[in-house]
Design a protein around this ligand. Structure first.
Ligand code: TYM
Length: 325
């Protein structure tokens, strides 16, 4: 059995990009692998966030991950800060990473741009992410395309640490889906759909009501001309819609394109497919909301399981670098 790990920041506003790029692939991987999924609350502290809001969103994130179909009987679902080895290993890896390579991280450059006071944690963010993964001796990390560079860094750090101190970590690889890895904003199809961008009409939230989803998709920006073609360069808006339908139906985007000769029917079918895909999630989330005590119990059991594996790896790494047992 391979070991799979992935994480998500606690945001109350999960969207179609998170679902197609990550969550549904986590659900698909859960039965055939030893799978760990983590709500990374410590990563959320790298940007300003109200403490009460962080608590609320962390629990809501766990609700949503259960609602999309993660089965707590087979996966280890937990909150990052409940397993202290994440920050402990992050320090050992900060002393493995270089200032130069962290300066080159595009997400750091984007998130720090224009900000007067950048938190040091935002700079070292990818190292904590590497620690998240390496603690569990992971084979595969199912993520969307925007995490590719972070995964490359994780691999580099694992390889460097192993070379310097002896075999300690398994070197993981990213698992990025063929379609849905980069869902674009419906109003600004040249930018990825993102919770941090203020584009309410461009972002389909997983928990949006069906009528809202339909309205957003019908108002999606298309491109000049009327032909339906899959061409991200020339027709980013239409291509995004084709990819959404492709992701929802399993039919390749070019084949989907051949079935349409106008934007209207395409949009209607995308709306119907997305509503059908997300409706069961919305219903399950509502049920789980009514028993948050159960969700907290699942997270506590997950943290206990995660801690067993994480503490063994941390002990090996600490010994390898020369810390006294
Ligand atoms: P986060 O919380 O931003 O996103 C969670 C997952 O959703 C994917 N995603 C998308 N996929 C397709 N299209 C989009 N528009 C889109 N937007 C987001 C992301 O690629 C991700 O897989 N750094 C991570 C969290 C993290 C992590 C980890 C992930 C911390 N430690 C260890 C994996 C392993 C992040 O901010 O994801």
């Amino acid at each position: 059995m391979a070991t799979v790990f992935s994480g998500v920041q606690p945001s109350g506003d999960f969207h179609l990009g998170n679902y197609l790029g990550a969550f549904r692939n986590w659900v698909a991987a859960q039965h055939d692998n030893d799978a760990y999924f983590c709500v990374v609350d410590l990563h959320a502290l790298t940007l300003e966030i109200d403490p009460a809001e962080l608590r609320r969103r962390t629990l809501e994130s766990a609700v949503l991950l259960l609602a999309v179909g993660l089965d707590p009987e087979v996966v280890t679902l937990f909150v990052q800060s409940h397993v202290p080895e994440h920050t402990r290993l992050a320090w050992l890896l900060e002393c493995t990473a270089s200032y130069g390579e962290l300066s080159r991280m595009t997400q750091f450059k984007e998130k720090s741009a224009g900000s007067e006071s950048v938190r040091a944690g935002l700079f070292t963010y990818p190292v904590l992410m590497a620690a998240d993964i390496l603690l569990y001796q992971v084979d595969e990390v199912p993520v969307g395309d925007d995490q590719r560079q972070h995964l490359e860094l994780t691999r580099d750090l694992a390889i460097r640490f192993n070379r310097r101190y002896g075999e300690t970590f398994r070197v993981p690889r990213a698992s990025i889906p063929a379609v849905g890895a980069r869902v674009m904003d419906l109003q600004h199809p040249e930018s990825k759909m993102s919770k941090s961008v203020d584009s309410p009409l461009g972002t389909v939230r997983i928990l949006d009501e069906p009528a809202v989803i339909e309205r957003k998709i019908k108002r999606a920006v298309t491109d000049p001309g009327t032909t339906v073609e899959h061409d991200r360069e020339r027709k980013p808006g239409v291509s995004n819609l084709l990819e959404l339908l492709s992701a929802a139906t399993g039919v390749p985007p070019a084949e989907v394109a051949a079935r349409y000769h106008a934007y209207g029917p395409l949009k209607q079918d995308v709306a119907d497919a997305v509503v059908a895909m997300l409706s069961p999630v919305r219903q399950r989330a509502a049920e789980l909301q009514s028993d948050l005590g159960e969700v907290e119990r699942i997270l506590a059991a997950g943290a206990a399981r995660a801690h067993e594996v994480a503490s063994a790896t941390y002990a090996r790494a600490a010994e390898a670098v020369g810390l006294l047992p």
